[in-house]
Design a protein around this ligand. Sequence first.
Ligand code: AMP
Ligand code: MG
Length: 294
Amino acid sequence: MGKKRKTKTETTSTGVSSTPFTDALRAGEGFVLADVDQRSTPQFDGDKAAGKEALAAADDELDDLQERLYAESRAGGTRRVLLVIQGMDTSGKGGIMRHVVGSVDPQGVDLTAFKAPTAEERSHPFLWRIRKALPGPGMIGVFDRSHYEDVLVVRVHDLVPPAQWKRRYATINDFEQGLVEDGVTLVKVMLHISPEEQKERLQERLDRPDKHWKYNPGDLDERAHWDAYQEAYQAVFDRCSTAHAPWFVVPADRKWYARLAVQQLLLEHLRGLDLQWPSADFDVEGEKKRLATL
Ligand code: AMP
Ligand code: MG
């Protein structure tokens, strides 16, 4: 309260849209995952130090926009944001949670990590647990993995019959269309690492006792299915990168870049909402006078 923040939000309410990361990273028509260089840093010229600086420099604006979104909901607004993060094991999903999402007021963020479904979850349609985790008005929801696992790991291992997972792309598109109509801004991001980088990250987890807790022998079994996963991701972009809810593919071999890019994607989408502080629903001048006499 009474906290003064410098914000760049005003400069974008002029009607000029500036969406460089959104434009550069969108998986549009004809997108080919295999053509993406995982070490590249689209829309950013600087090095790691400059990238970290840029990340820190945008914190205040992200905070400001989140607060505006929340304020709007207190005044009856129903808009919300849903950031979906997908990626192979070790692609840096956890780092996004700590370094990008972690800088936002925790009261405005609703984070859900999706693991292999429980027996109860498996007894329901695959979107059941997803619907339960959707952000409420004014919130920034974040999914660490998501309903897309139901056409990724499930497809790679045929955890349900192929006829069943094949229907899910259309089901997901309908579901997401409904969300958008309901005031949800979806930001779907794949962190794209190379198999060489994954090998290094797994090696590090093995070499460092402080990282053993992150190591899961099952990750090696998944690694053996690398190509099948890339194919499954390509199918996701072919089928579910829609006009209302496009996918963004972030080169993620450089962790600092991936964090910056996800932050910028989130910022660009929040700016696009043109969030205004709600006007007071009380007599401001009258209240000032009243306060002066008390
Ligand atoms: P982690 O993100 O490392 O904690 O691992 C979570 C695990 O849960 C991954 O191996 C995912 O593939 C798995 N998982 C998440 N959602 C599903 C799902 N719908 N069906 C099967 N496995 C899933
Ligand atoms: Mg894991």
